[in-house]
Write a protein that binds this ligand. Structure first.
Ligand code: PLP
Length: 217
């Protein structure tokens, strides 16, 4: 498993406008360093504690993406540096991110996580509820958080037509949101097993872990 080669292969297969997030959760510092030396700058983690520890040890020009489900009381630990929070699915969380952004005198970018999969276990908002948040006066009042797109995870299935259906739903939600909010620019969908299909369906950001770093335990 050569991390640099894996990244180069994936990058070569992606259109230039699609951003590759290397999902480094559970992986050691040395693995991230190898990816960094191969030119990778965007990394994704799903636990705040782990991301903070890695951030302290690694290069300051790394862009850290929080891709996991996020608890409100954890926002403060990463508010000074997090590049993009992918998994936002409620207004109280947005308010907390805003509060922490204010404290650090920065605007924190977020994606609304939309529930597209059939499985009960996947977090996320129905597209209608996401729209309600985006258009709410409460969100409009928040000065230090910005919703810049949407994120979703497809069902864990080999049925490609099902996965495509889910990606198409997220893409149409993204398109709709773009019609009334100029900040909506990012469509985060696609993982190791389904990123080529996600890109075909219009993804602008793919989150790839095991295809870069190998299987997790
Ligand atoms: C773990 C994870 C990924 C990457 O998964 P792989 O199948 O290893 O590519 C992508 N997105 C989210 C939200 C994840 O939790």
């Amino acid at each position: 498993m050569n991390i640099a080669t894996n990244i180069q292969k994936i990058e070569a297969s992606l259109p230039p406008e699609v951003e590759l997030i290397a999902v480094s959760k559970t992986k050691p510092i040395e693995a991230i360093e190898q990816a960094y030396q191969a030119g990778q700058r965007h990394f994704g983690e799903n636990k705040v504690q782990e991301m903070v520890q890695k951030q302290e040890l690694l290069h300051s020009d790394i862009k850290w993406h929080m891709i996991g489900h996020l608890q409100r009381n954890k926002v403060k630990y990463m508010a000074s540096f997090v590049h993009l929070i992918h998994g936002v699915d409620n207004l109280p969380l947005l308010k907390e991110i805003n509060k922490q952004g204010l404290k650090h005198n920065r605007t924190i970018d977020c994606l609304l996580q939309i529930k597209i999969a059939q499985e009960e276990t996947k977090f996320g908002l129905d597209p209608d509820l996401a729209q309600d948040i985006l258009r709410s006066d409460e969100y409009a009042d928040l000065t230090h958080v910005c919703i810049v797109g949407v994120m979703g995870m497809a069902s864990f299935t080999t049925d490609q037509s099902q996965v495509k259906k889910e990606f198409d739903l997220l893409k149409s939600t993204f398109d709709l949101f773009q019609t009334y909010d100029i900040n909506i620019q990012i469509l985060s969908m696609g993982m190791s097993d389904d990123y080529p299909l996600a890109v075909e369906c219009g993804s602008t950001m793919v989150r790839v872990g095991s295809k870069i770093f190998g299987e997790r335990n």
